[in-house]
Design a protein around this ligand. Sequence first.
Ligand SMILES: [Cu+2]
Length: 281
Amino acid sequence: MGRALAVIIWILTLGSVSLFFVKQWWFPTAISSHAAALDRQFLITIIVVGISFTAAQVGLGYMVWKYRERPINDRAVYTHGSNRLEVLWTVITAFVFITLGVMGQSVWASLRLHDAPAGSYTVEVVAQQFQWNFHYAGKDNKFGRTDPQLIDDSALNFVGIDAQDPASADDSVTSALVIPVNRPVELRLRSKDVIHNFWVPQLRFKQDLVPGMEIKVHFTANKVGKYELACAELCGQLHFKMRSFMLVLPETDIQALQAMPQEQFQARVAELLNQHQLPTY
Ligand SMILES: [Cu+2]
């Protein structure tokens, strides 16, 4: 029985590790400029973790095999273990994980802790149960004033735009995110109710939207197309409805959209969403 169990452990280990070599289920093709660095970091992490996992499971199988039950009537022996070994593998593990963390933090920080480059395209994102609202500044490049008191879902004023403010006259709000290709984009993320999470797998990052906070992230998308955008935080009963799309368009299309009044902007976005196909993966 002990031998069979050891063999099962080894087979399970081999099976699960081979999934990573087959790459049948893997990330969709990335479309952001920071993705290569992030994917490289992910690969390094998965290799380090994979080697540790394999070594631990092979060792486990070996112990199961070696100390299997045998038909001899030996008395059990007490062993205390080895403090030296305990310290050694704790230090090695800590060193490996801290090193991986330090290696990965520069990509992470470049998206979040540094200011977006000048000339970035800014979109204000307001998440709510259970929809996305993307607020665009329009041709004046100035966001109209918003006020939580003015939020009125029944009047479709989801982000509380103040119609009295002249800067808000050319603003638009859509449920899909529309951004230019090859130009830095800054998202200012906020939530009206609970924690939501912005996720486009092709961009290779996830970011929480936290009530009471404005969180900024920036990235550059480098491929025109339509991509799925999901809320990746279980945010309530209809969480599954928080699916939307991100459209990456040539700069000229963005300029044209910016110049449109809201109804036209929304109609054009709906049209573009129909024209573009999701990538297959
Ligand atoms: Cu959500």
